[in-house]
Design a protein around this ligand. Structure first.
Ligand code: NAP
Length: 293
C-alpha cells in the first residue's frame, strides 16, 4: 500500500514526519516546491511533480491544506485520474458541508474519504500528542486506524462524513473566545497597574481558568511575541466556517460572532501573518486610558 501526502505546511510537515518515522510515507507534494525539497532532503520519500501523479501512484492520499478552496482545487486536479478503490484522508479544517459534498463526489468516482481534522498545535502533532477526530464510514476508519495512530496517540471516531469537522469546530469556537478573553483580561490588569508576573501566575497556575492554552498564550501576549503557532488568518477562516454552519443549522453563536469581529479587526490592522493571539493587541491601551470625565 502506497501513501502520499499533499500539503507540507505547519501541520502537514509534522504529519509527514510522523508517517515517515513509522515507515508509512512514500510520496509528497507541496504547491511551493521548496517546502517539499526541504522535507524530502532528510527522508527517503519521492517528491511528486504534481498532484495528478501523486494520486495516480498512491492508494491512500492524506491532505493537509488551508481551506475549502484549497481542498476543492486539489480534488479538481484529479479529474482525469482513476480514483477506484483509493482512500482520501483529509486533515484540513474545512466546512463540514464542503467535506460531505467532496466525500460524495469521491464516492461516485469509486473512492472513499475520511475527514480527520486535528486538535492541537504543530508542536503537539510533532510529539504525537494531537487529537484526531474522524468522520466517515466506520469500516473505512477501522481499516486505517494503524495509519492514524502513526500520526497521533489519540484518535476518536465521531460518526458519519463531516462529523469529525463538526466536533473540531466546537474546539475552535471556544479557543477563539478564550484567547480573545485572555487578551482583554491581561490588558485590563496591566491598565490597572498590576505586575505582569502576577497576571501570568494567576492565569497559568493559580486560577481554575488556567489551561494548556493559557500556559502557551499568556506569555506570548505579555511579551508581544506573536510568532505563528496557529495563524490569525486560519482562525478567521475557521470562525467564518463556524458562522456559516451556525446559519445553516439555526444555532446562535454570539460569542463566536464577537470573536470573529475582533480577529477580523486585528487582520485589518495588518496582523494577518501572525499567531491568532495577536488579537490581544486590540485591547492594548484601550483599558489603560482614562476616560474623559
Ligand atoms: N497550525 C495549527 O496549529 C493547526 C492546528 C489544527 C488544525 N490546523 C488546520 O490545518 C490546516 C493546515 O494548517 P497549517 O497551519 O499547516 O497551514 P499552512 O502552514 O498555511 O499550510 C497550508 C498548506 O496548504 C497548501 N495550500 C494552500 N492553498 C493551496 C492550494 N490552492 N493548492 C494547493 N495547496 C495549497 C499550502 O501550500 P504552500 O506551501 O504552497 O502555500 C500549505 O502546504 C488548516 O486547515 C488549519 O486550519 C492548523
Amino acid at each position: 500500500m502506497k501513501v502520499g501526502l499533499v500539503g507540507l505546511g505547519m501541520i502537514g510537515s509534522r504529519v509527514g514526519a510522523r508517517l515517515d518515522n513509522a515507515g508509512s510515507l512514500d510520496e509528497v507534494y507541496n504547491r511551493t516546491k521548496s517546502k517539499a525539497d526541504s522535507f524530502a532532503a532528510r527522508r527517503r520519500v519521492v517528491i511528486s511533480q504534481d498532484i495528478k501523479s501523486l494520486v495516480s501512484d498512491c492508494d491512500v492520499i492524506v491532505s493537509v491544506l488551508t481551506d475549502d478552496q484549497a481542498v476543492r482545487d486539489f480534488i479538481g486536479k484529479t479529474s482525469d485520474v482513476s480514483l477506484e478503490d483509493k482512500t482520501f484522508i483529509d486533515m484540513s479544517t474545512i466546512s463540514p458541508s464542503t467535506s460531505v459534498s467532496i466525500s460524495a463526489e469521491l464516492g461516485r468516482r469509486g473512492a472513499e474519504m475520511l475527514d480527520v481534522p486535528v486538535v492541537g498545535s504543530a508542536n503537539a502533532v510533532e510529539r504525537g500528542e494531537a487529537v484526531l477526530l474522524v468522520g466517515g464510514e466506520k469500516g473505512l476508519f477501522e481499516s486505517n486506524t494503524h495509519l492514524l495512530h502513526a500520526i497521533a496517540n489519540e484518535v476518536v471516531y465521531v460518526g458519519p462524513s463531516g462529523s469529525g469537522l463538526r466536533l473540531k469546530l466546537i474546539h475552535n469556537l471556544v479557543l477563539a473566545s478564550y484567547v480573545a478573553a485572555l487578551g482583554e483580561a491581561i490588558h485590563f490588569g496591566l491598565g490597572g497597574g498590576l505586575d505582569p508576573a502576577l497576571i501570568h501566575r494567576l492565569l497559568t497556575a493559580l486560577s481554575s481558568i488556567r489551561s494548556p492554552n493559557s500556559a502557551i498564550k499568556v506569555p506570548k501576549i505579555l511579551n508581544s511575541d506573536y510568532s505563528t503557532q496557529f495563524s490569525l488568518k486560519n482562525m478567521i477562516k475557521d470562525l467564518g466556517i463556524i458562522e456559516g454552519e451556525a446559519r445553516l443549522q439555526g444555532s446562535a453563536i454570539p460569542m463566536g460572532a464577537l470573536a470573529a469581529q475582533l480577529y477580523t479587526l486585528a487582520h485589518e490592522r495588518g496582523f494577518s501573518g501572525e499567531d491568532f493571539s495577536v488579537v490581544a493587541e486590540m485591547f492594548k491601551n484601550s483599558f489603560g486610558q482614562k476616560l474623559p470625565k
